[in-house]
Design a protein around this ligand. Structure first.
Ligand code: ACK
Length: 330
């Protein structure tokens, strides 16, 4: 599928939980000792050299060999561009790549997250984890992380498109009975995604679990696992992405978040919500929510539940029901 196709597609939903318009992230209240965020303008070079932005010769890629083509989308924390890179990642000639950068008016914490993502991506190598190809970090211009291009875009959008194909009668994507969420409220301007079959859905779950097992083996806690942060590459290969919140937990297997930030409440485990405690086990909780997203073809979790009520509901034992189209076995 062309990047153009993906950029132009549009979802119009009348069901709030399916609209995808509301943010999945909620501001965590300021804690005592939290630093006030500084405003960061990516066009303005950072005054004192930040040791994290000293170019790493192993990964630094000349800006002159990168041609930015278009914006693929804007996530919660940044902007993703499609580009062509000349002679990158051991491939001679032009390669289509994705470039992660900051939005204008990005905060200092967003810069920190991007640089931390850069450091972590240098360390990871797995077929189900997005691959870093290079970076442009020379001062005086925006920081670019160059990563492999995933032709089907985010898993969440891919699933939502499949829902649309299903409603067209092109594919029976339910696990044994009638789907719970009908996709009739979704309208697209373009539809070029190959549909996801039930076998694909299981394969996605399996691939994501392999990528996450790898991350846990190398002591990384992702902290933001969700369908929006998994990419689908050629051959329907899932790639875990968006490592901005990921942390190394080599010392004690847990990461205690102290600073202010936006958090994906509906994907978070009880201990993360209550005590800001993140471990591979809290990633497993997020994986469970992601499984629910897979089976519902990209619905928003806990439909109808306000985020500020979620903690108390979960603490009282409330859990999402099995989606109707999900077999007991699954
Ligand atoms: O579903 P999408 O088209 O796929 O919309 C989002 C958008 O950028 C904002 O995150 C797309 N995107 C992010 N990373 C990549 C990548 N490596 N390859 C292709 N598309 C990407 C994502």
């Amino acid at each position: 599928m062309s990047g153009k196709g993906r950029r132009e597609r549009k979802y119009v939903g009348s069901v709030a939980s399916l609209s995808g318009v509301q943010s999945d992230y909620v501001d965590r209240a300021l804690q005592p000792g939290d630093a006030q965020l500084l405003s960061y303008d990516p066009a303005v070079p950072i005054a004192s050299p930040d040791p994290r932005t000293v170019p790493d010769p192993k990964w630094e890629f000349p800006r002159s060999r990168l041609i930015i083509e278009q914006t693929l989308g804007e996530g919660e924390f940044g902007r993703v561009l499609r580009a062509r890179a000349l002679d990158i990642g051991g491939i001679s000639g032009c390669t289509t790549v994705a470039v992660k950068t900051l939005k204008e008016n990005a905060s200092a914490s967003e810069l920190t997250d991007l640089l931390s993502e850069y450091q972590l991506l240098k360390e990871v190598t797995h077929p189900n984890v997005i691959r870093l190809l290079g970076a442009c970090t020379t001062p005086g211009a925006p920081i670019y992380l160059i990563i492999e291009f995933a032709e089907y875009g985010s898993l969440r959008n891919y699933l939502r498109k499949s829902r649309h194909l299903e409603s067209d009668g092109q594919i029976p994507c339910s696990f044994g009975s009638t789907p719970t969420m009908r996709p009739d409220t979704l309208v697209e301007t373009e539809c070029t995604t190959a549909p996801a079959t039930p076998r694909d859905i299981l394969s996605f779950a399996w691939q994501i679990s392999k990528g996450m097992a790898y991350l846990s083996d190398i002591k990384l806690v992702h902290r933001d696992l969700a369908a929006r942060n998994v990419l689908v590459a050629a051959g329907k290969i899932c790639k875990i992405s968006d490592f901005g919140l990921t942390r190394d937990v080599y010392e004690d297997d847990a990461y205690l978040k102290r600073s202010k930030g936006r958090v994906p409440v509906k994907w978070m485990a009880l201990e993360s919500l209550a005590d800001h405690m993140y471990t591979s086990k809290s990633d497993v909780w997020s994986f469970g929510i992601l499984m629910w997203e897979l089976v519902t073809l990209g619905a928003s979790p806990y439909p109808g539940v306000a985020v500020h009520n979620l903690f108390h509901l979960l603490k009282a034992g409330y859990r999402m029901e099995r989606p109707e189209n999900c077999s007991i076995q699954l």
